[in-house]
Every structure is written in structure tokens, then in C-alpha cells.
Design a protein around this ligand. Structure first.
Ligand code: GLN
Length: 485
């Protein structure tokens, strides 16, 4: 049962082959055995999980259940969940019990009736590409436990890849759903900015942050995204659009689809094994009836530099709320109010978070604002314009998700710039606010999964998922399992 897709789980629950409580027990028992090695979950509360599963079983019995009612999931620990510890991977919030639910939690758990198995580990405040910045320790990649699972949604990715949960939530500011999905052999979607409410999702860089899903297939992503998306008046950037069923186009044939290959994504950036797998996927798409055109994203080389101005600027502002007064860590000893702020923040934040706060404060300061921040905003516009022009020539854009497969634990943690470059293919998508998805398209010679990225035009999630699903119907990369799991 733990290896089943969501459609099968949903049917099994409806037909009473298994109860939600039994299903939760299967996953919790497995988690108790496997999680100590992986460190994918950082908070587990069996009582809460079983209570939610019982409520789901009651709904399944009285006919009020929806498609996802009773299905377990892992919640990235960036989503506030009432009564649950919500740490965002930080010492700053290590003892924070959320008094309310994020919109995503309300929608998936309260409304759809999914059952949370616990909170998934993550890079501190979602800053990282390896999950190594977490205050609660690194997460191991189930495909090779000497490697990172990617980040920042590394706990979510490892949990799903090791079948500790059938599906997980994630967030993606610069690649944090797609890159860990690629490193762990999963399908992961970041929707168009504004499609999933950010209410109760702890803010990193508000103009880039977007919630999404990590799962074993595009079809599973479509199930969960349909329940997760929707307008929310409590998030001022939430978009007022009709509710969508993202499964609606899954079976659409690919014939006539125009796939754009940005020449900048097929240059020297990615390693040869990644490139070979991505090119093989292009051939598979051609066989399925798609046409391929070359497109250009001439400013894409500026996306990482622009992002590392804009994201830290927003982070420095968002993280100013953690002052040790209303919530979060407070230093035990201090002289006066200023000393209390200083010590609480010095002790409560980790090194990467401090680096971002320093960069952000610097680029927003008088005298540098025009030179850095405004300039980065202009570059952001150019990047969005590049995509607009490209989508005049094609329906979806295809390329690698990440230039490499999963790297070794510790390999890049001492070199922030090397770490930042793992997002060279994903960040432009956030800067433009577009939907992006990663699916597995092969393995390297060490047996590590390789990710293929598909980028859609605004609100084209249903088509993206369909383009991914059609590939997954014709290939089996997404259904391989890591050895030992
Ligand atoms: N790795 C990028 C960063 O460190 C992106 C993180 C994210 O998407 N949350 O900022």
C-alpha cells in the first residue's frame, strides 16, 4: 500500500480496503524505522495524526469524503499548522507552536481531509539548496545517503522518495521544489505566482515564494495541486481565478505541441550526463508527436545575480519580525532592549540566514539601493520579457532542472556561490512568476536521478502537468525506487 499512487489510495479508502487510521499507521511505523537515518521529518505527533485520520474515516463513512480524504501527507515545516511546532528549520522558531493554520493546511487537511504525518525538515527559512542549513541537521538522500536531497524542501523530497509519505508540500522561491524533486527522482510543481495562498507560509522573499507539491508522478501532483490552489483574500497577492481541476488535461495527446529549447540551457552549464538524459527526453517527446523549436532567453545568465539581490532584500525585511519580543527565540541574558535584539538574532539565526540579512540590508541601504536593488528589478523585468517572447514561439519550455545530480553532503556547504549555482535553471522562473515543474528523466552512472524541467506560460499548470504525464505514461523513470527503500 505504501507504494501506491494517490488514485489507488483514494479508491482503496473509498472501497474500505483500508481505513485512514490503518494507512497512517503503515506510514508512521515505517517512519519510526527509517526516519532516524534520513532525518526527513523533524516533528511527528502521532496523536494528532491519528485524530485527523479518525475524522477522515468518519467522512469516508458518512459520504462527505472527497478524492483526497484520508490520504497522508508530509507538510514542509514552513507552513503554520495549528497546535504543531512550526520551526521553519530555525533555532529562532524551535519552540514555536503555531496558533493558526496556513491556507495550504486549511485546504489540504481541513477541507480536503488529508492527514498530516508530520513536519518535514528544510533549509533554515528556506535558504539553501541542500537542506544543510537546517538547525535540525542535514537530510540524507534515499538514493545515496552520502548525498544531499537538495533544498530547501529537502525533508519533503526525502520523505516522499523513501515512501515515508505518499506526497508532500513544498515551497519554491528559487528552485526549492524543483531542485530537490530532481535530486530525489520525484515530480514537483511550482505553480504560477499567486495561485497558492501564502497565508501562514513563513515568508522568505514574498514576491518569489510559492507553495507547491512533491510527489511520485505528475498525476499525483495534479490531484494535490487542485486541492491546494485557490483565491484567498488573506494573501494580497493571491489571484482571483476560478477553481481549477488540474487533472482535466492529463490525457491530452502531445501531437502538435511546440516545445521550446532555450539555447542558453543547452550550452556549457550542465554536466554531460544531465545533458544526455535531457536530450534523450527531447527525443522521446518528438516520438510522442511534439515539435521542437529553439528559443532564446538572452538574460537568463543574469537570473542568479538578480535573485541574490532581490531575495535577500525581501528576506532582510521579512526576517526583521524575529526580534525576540512577540515570538521566537530570546537570548537568556542581555543588558538592555537593543542588546536583547542583537543577542537574540545573533544566537537564533544560522550563518546562511545572517549572510542573506546582511546582503539584503546592504542592497537596500541609502546609496546602494539604486545601484543594486533597482538594477536587479530592471533585470527581473528583462527576464520576464524574454519568457514572454519565447512563449510567442512555443507552448512549453524544456531544459535541465539542475546542472548536476545530487552532490555529496558537505561538498558545497563551505562555498555559498557554488551552492547558489545549483539553481541556475530554476531561478528565472520565479523571477518571472511562471509555473515550473521537474520530472525524472534518467539516472547518472552513480545511480542518481536526473531532473527534467518544464516551464509553462502563466496559469498553464494543467498543460504542464499533462505534458509531464504523457511522458510518464511512455517512460518509467518516475516509478523506480531507491535501493533499500
Ligand atoms: N536555493 C535558493 C536559495 O537558497 C532557493 C531557495 C528556495 O527556493 N526557497 O535561496
Amino acid at each position: 500500500m505504501i507504494y501506491s499512487n494517490l488514485k489507488t489510495l483514494s479508491r482503496a479508502l473509498k472501497e474500505k480496503q483500508i481505513s485512514s487510521v490503518e494507512l497512517a499507521r503503515l506510514f508512521l511505523d515505517r517512519m519510526a524505522r527509517v526516519n532516524p537515518e534520513l532525518n526527513a521529518f523533524i516533528t511527528v505527533d502521532e496523536e494528532k495524526t491519528y485524530a485527523a485520520a479518525k475524522t477522515a474515516d468518519a467522512r469516508l463513512a458518512d459520504g462527505t469524503a472527497g478524492l483526497l480524504t484520508g490520504i497522508p501527507l508530509a507538510q514542509k515545516d514552513i507552513f503554520c499548522a495549528e497546535g504543531w511546532k512550526t520551526t521553519c528549520g530555525s533555532k529562532m522558531l524551535a519552540n514555536f507552536i503555531s496558533p493558526y493554520d496556513a491556507a495550504v493546511v486549511t485546504k489540504l487537511e481541513q477541507e480536503a481531509g488529508m492527514v498530516s504525518l508530520g513536519k518535514a525538515n528544510m533549509d533554515e527559512f528556506a535558504m539553501g539548496s541542500s537542506n544543510e542549513t537546517s538547525f535540525f541537521g542535514a537530510v540524507k538522500n534515499p538514493w545515496d545517503t552520502t548525498c544531499v536531497p537538495g533544498g530547501s524542501s529537502g525533508g519533503s523530497a526525502a520523505a516522499v522518495a523513501a515512501y515515508l509519505a505518499p506526497v508532500a508540500t513544498g515551497t519554491d522561491t528559487g528552485g526549492s521544489i524543483r531542485q530537490p524533486a530532481a535530486f530525489c527522482g520525484l515530480s514537483g510543481i511550482k505553480p504560477t505566482y499567486g495561485v497558492v495562498s501564502r497565508y501562514g507560509m513563513i515568508a522568505f522573499a514574498s514576491s518569489l515564494d510559492q507553495g507547491g507539491v512533491l510527489a511520485h508522478s505528475a498525476e499525483d501532483c495534479a490531484y494535490v495541486l487542485s486541492a491546494m490552489a485557490g483565491f484567498d483574500a488573506r494573501d494580497s497577492t493571491s489571484l482571483q481565478r476560478p477553481q481549477e481541476d488540474y487533472r482535466s488535461r492529463l490525457e491530452e495527446p502531445l501531437r502538435g505541441l511546440k516545445i521550446g529549447l532555450p539555447k542558453e540551457f543547452f550550452g556549457a552549464g550542465a554536466n554531460s550526463e544531465v545533458m544526455a538524459a535531457v536530450l534523450a527526453a527531447v527525443e522521446a517527446y518528438k516520438r510522442l508527436g511534439a515539435n521542437v523549436v529553439e528559443v532564446a532567453l538572452p538574460n537568463s545568465h543574469l537570473s542568479v545575480p538578480a535573485y541574490y539581490v532581490i531575495a535577500p532584500a525581501e528576506a532582510s525585511s521579512n526576517l526583521s519580525r524575529f526580534d525576540g519580543v512577540r515570538y521566537g527565540y530570546r537570548a537568556a541574558e542581555y543588558d538592555d532592549l537593543n542588546d536583547m535584539y542583537r543577542k537574540s538574532r545573533a544566537q537564533g539565526f544560522g550563518a546562511e540566514v545572517k549572510r542573506r540579512i546582511l546582503i539584503g540590508t546592504y542592497v537596500l541601504s541609502h546609496g546602494y539601493y539604486d545601484a543594486y536593488y533597482l538594477q536587479a528589478q530592471r533585470v527581473r523585468r528583462l527576464i520576464a520579457d524574454d519568457f514572454r517572447a519565447a512563449f510567442g514561439q512555443c507552448d512549453v519550455i524544456l531544459g535541465p532542472t539542475s546542472p548536476t545530480t545530487a552532490f555529496k553532503l558537505g561538498e558545497k556547504s563551505a562555498d555559498p556561490v557554488a551552492m547558489y549555482l545549483s539553481d541556475i535553471y530554476t531561478i528565472a522562473v520565479n523571477l518571472a512568476g511562471l509555473p515550473g515543474l521537474s520530472i525524472p528523466c534518467g539516472f547518472d552512472e552513480r545511480g542518481l536521478p536526473i531532473g527534467l524541467q518544464l516551464i509553462g506560460n502563466y496559469f498553464d499548470e494543467a498543460r504542464l502537468l499533462s505534458v509531464a504525464h504523457q511522458y510518464q505514461q511512455a517512460t518509467d523513470w518516475h516509478s523506480r525506487r531507491p535501493q533499500g527503500f
